[in-house]
Design a protein around this ligand. Structure first.
Ligand SMILES: Cc1ncc(COP(=O)(O)O)c(C=O)c1O
Length: 497
């Protein structure tokens, strides 16, 4: 896909934004007082600039609080009067991240985050004929890169919000990241999670001292509730993929990669709401414009592909996916505006290749990586990036929070895609010793039987035959062919699934 040129935003209204008169007024007030971020990504942005940013940010926060106060004084505090609006993430007035935001984030968070290793994979580099490095963000304390943005956003709060606290809607990594760094900084954190959020993550957030509210079936419902709750309780709402401070924090990964692999050619970045890729793109393209940035998302929710091609937000349907962290149906307006013209290719990957990628990372790299973190390697496995042969590539393993049950299923699915777990159907004699002969033959062929079942009622041959379904573990696709040929010679009717 050819990257569209950078032009003025044509970002469409966010689908879960509720437009009311007071909403409009508030937005206009914010619009006039807020710092206009520039297109500049110059390295020259200096201290003077940062000073101005801080000043303007302070003015913006004060005016925003005044607006909230005025709303309350006017007596309009019923639920319906309260505009559900996040002034930091207004898709009609998107803001752009600039390089100095990232350098400021890098400075602010450097003592609270792990500089994760970026290591060359010996086996996978050889296999795919490229220099393949993995940036191991799953090694952060709560298991994902989201800590970078969360930590920076918390460090930027004014005193009022540091006391009152923050709130976010998230089913996973952003919630964990805020809970952890909130606890470290003694800032109260409320996370609103949909009721379908994994129990493990709910408990982890609680153990980190967060106030966890379970609300709604979907993240959209949780978000609506969180925005209302923020207004009513004067908490700061922090969007996990679109707040500029979040993008700035995520961008610090780009700086680290350039330090660790200075001659990198291409960086593979998982994409959900777009915050990670926007941050990394600004960091990397500012310092090394020739480095290519590829965005990878699951084909079950191609929201960034659609939006990047169209140049404005296009909502996608999010279907169930192994890459649950990437299932964001509507990308962030700030993220999209920031990323415009800086992403060289956007790729979607299948569930099969994500499962296989999780398996490869486990077996070869000894790394437990969640589906969303494994999409970079999935794109390579799926043959979607042939141009990277001979290049130096960094794939970001962005998170490792995968439920054990999902990990188990991913391994089985991955083994099946790899041809190392196959299901055979063979019709054998129903006389004594018929099934024993089949299992002995399979054993002699070097395959191990995992499951076996035989059925008599649903086959069309004579009643002296039985259909045997066997799930066998093999050494791979060639071995499967060998088994099939050998069994066909004996039974002549082998079906492979
Ligand atoms: C593991 C993992 N990787 C990547 C992403 C994508 O980040 P973003 O939403 O900023 O695009 C997410 C989002 O939650 C995630 O959980």
């Amino acid at each position: 896909m050819v990257a569209p040129s950078r032009k003025k935003s044509s970002v469409q209204p966010h689908h879960d934004t509720h437009e009311t008169t007071s909403h409009k007024n508030q937005r206009n007030r914010v619009k006039h007082t807020e710092r206009r971020r520039t297109d500049s990504v110059s390295k020259e942005d200096g201290m003077e600039y940062n000073k101005n940013v801080r000043k303007l940010h302070k003015t913006f926060l004060t005016q925003n609080e005044e607006a909230v106060q005025a709303n309350q004084n006017s007596g309009s505090n019923s639920d319906t009067d309260l505009p559900i609006f996040d002034p930091d993430c207004d898709p009609e007035n998107p803001k752009k991240l600039v390089f100095s935001d990232i350098s400021s984030a890098a400075f602010n968070i450097k003592n609270n985050l792990i500089v994760t290793p970026c290591v060359r994979s010996l086996q996978l580099s050889t296999k795919f004929e490229m220099d393949l490095y993995f940036k191991k963000e799953y090694l952060q304390v709560t298991g994902s890169f989201k800590e970078r943005g969360a930590c920076y956003a918390l460090s930027r709060l004014n005193e009022q919000y540091k006391k009152a606290g923050v709130i976010a809607a998230s089913a996973g990594n952003h919630a964990l990241a805020l809970s952890y760094h909130g606890q470290q900084m003694k800032i109260p954190v409320t996370v609103v999670m949909p009721v379908i959020a994994p129990l493990m993550k709910i408990q982890f957030c609680r153990s980190l001292g967060a106030n966890v509210i379970l609300k709604g079936e979907t993240i959209a419902v949780a978000k609506e509730f969180a925005l209302k709750h923020a207004k009513e309780n004067h908490l700061k709402y922090i969007n996990g993929y679109d707040a500029i401070d979040i993008l700035a924090g995520q961008g610090t990964i780009g700086l680290e990669i350039l330090n660790q692999v200075p001659d990198v050619d291409t960086i593979l970045v998982p994409v959900g709401g777009g915050g990670l890729i926007a941050g990394i793109a600004v960091a990397v393209k500012t310092l090394k414009p020739d480095v290519h940035i590829y965005g990878i998302e699951a084909e079950t929710c191609p929201s960034f592909t659609g939006a990047y091609e169209a140049g404005h937000i296009v909502s996608a349907q999010a279907k169930a996916s192994l890459a649950d962290g990437l299932a964001v149906p509507t990308v962030g307006g700030n993220s999209l505006e920031t990323a415009k013209g800086m992403v060289d290719k956007v790729i979607t990957v299948s569930e099969e290749s994500i499962a296989l990628s999780i398996l490869r990372l486990l077996e070869v790299e000894k790394a437990v990586v969640e589906g969303g973190g494994a999409v970079g390697l999935a794109a390579i496995l799926e043959g979607k990036v042939p141009e990277l042969k001979g290049k130096k590539v960094v794939s970001i393993l962005s998170g490792g929070n995968i439920d054990t049950t999902v990990l188990g299923r991913s391994i089985e699915r991955g083994l099946a895609v790899d041809g190392r777990l196959v299901r055979l159907e063979v019709i054998v004699s129903d006389r004594p010793g018929g099934i024993a002969e089949l299992t002995t033959t399979i054993a002699h062929l070097g395959a191990s039987i995992k499951d076996i079942l035989h059925e008599r009622a649903w086959i069309s041959t004579d009643v002296f035959h039985v259909k045997v379904k066997v799930v066998v573990e093999t050494r791979g696709k060639e071995h499967v062919e060998e088994i099939k040929t050998a069994l066909n010679k004996i039974y002549g009717n082998v079906e492979l699934h």
